[in-house]
Design a protein around this ligand. Structure first.
Ligand SMILES: [Zn+2]
Length: 269
């Protein structure tokens, strides 16, 4: 993996994270990596954070009453997590939330949330698999741990965390950040960096192909996301990340030939 989380040191839309934190304190890129890693939570701690965030989110959000929608999420998510190789690693749980936001997330510890708005946008199961493959890759590569490590290295306070969460459009920002004092971390749903997003896109393509979903659906999904984003005044969490839609789509298109054989062989299996 390249210097994934060190995109935090780049001047991005949320650039204050980088400059106030690891970048200056540690005196450059190398230091940022070292400090961030040493402060990143281990698997047990990370999974515990994920489970705590999950129970909070489930208390707040309404589970969809659509049995058909829930079955669709469960069916596709199961195939995707099995194809990721993490199927037996966690007690996976999938939820469809009754909310029109175009959003989805996967938490450390094996919990996946999909919002009805996203399900409406991802009209084919392959498009849904593209989203879920992307999210599962964030878990697989421990992206949240990297972000938390970087944050801890910068000793960001609750106030800054709230600003960061709000900038990412995370709906539960106040709630999650407010829980820090109670020992619950907000970090698991922090916005990811641009490089982490590209990694998740690439890993997602591999995973969806192994699950026998046509990887071309990742392109149509992101085209729809771009169109929805253009219409929306408020950036969506899932889509509000740093890669521009055009760059993201171009990259996905260039990677599809290399994963098509995985798709073809999974389809024949
Ligand atoms: Zn992502």
């Amino acid at each position: 993996m390249a210097f994934g989380f060190c995109a935090c040191c780049a001047p991005t839309r949320r650039g204050f994270l980088g400059f106030t934190a690891a970048g200056l304190a540690a005196g450059g890129l190398g230091g940022c990596v070292a400090v961030g890693r040493s402060m990143a939570p281990g698997d047990d701690e990370l999974n515990k954070m994920g489970l705590q965030a999950w129970s909070q989110i489930k208390k707040k959000e309404k589970i969809s009453g659509s049995a058909k929608g829930r079955a669709r999420v469960n069916g596709v998510a199961r195939k995707v997590v099995d194809a990721s190789g993490l199927g037996r690693s966690y007690n996976w749980e999938f939820a469809l939330f009754d909310d029109k936001q175009i959003n989805a997330f996967a938490l450390p510890g094996g919990k996946i949330g999909v919002y009805q708005g996203l399900l409406n946008l991802a009209t084919s199961d392959a498009e849904l698999a593209a989203v879920l493959g992307h999210e599962v890759t964030h878990v697989q590569r421990r992206h949240a741990a990297q972000r938390i490590g970087a944050q801890r290295a910068g000793q960001l306070g609750v106030q800054l965390a709230q600003i960061g969460l709000a900038a990412g459009g995370v709906q539960q920002s106040d709630q999650i950040a407010g829980l820090i004092g109670a020992g619950v971390s907000y970090g698991v749903i922090l916005p990811f960096s641009r490089d982490q997003e590209y990694e998740a896109d690439e890993g997602g393509l591999v995973t969806m192909s192994r699950a026998a979903y046509n990887p071309n659906a990742a392109v149509t999904l992101w085209q729809k996301m771009a169109a929805a984003n253009a219409k929306s005044a408020k950036p969506m969490e899932f889509a509000s990340t740093h890669p521009s839609d055009a760059n993201r789509i171009r990259r996905l298109q260039s990677q599809i030939p290399s994963v098509l054989p995985l798709y073809e062989s999974a389809r024949r299996a």
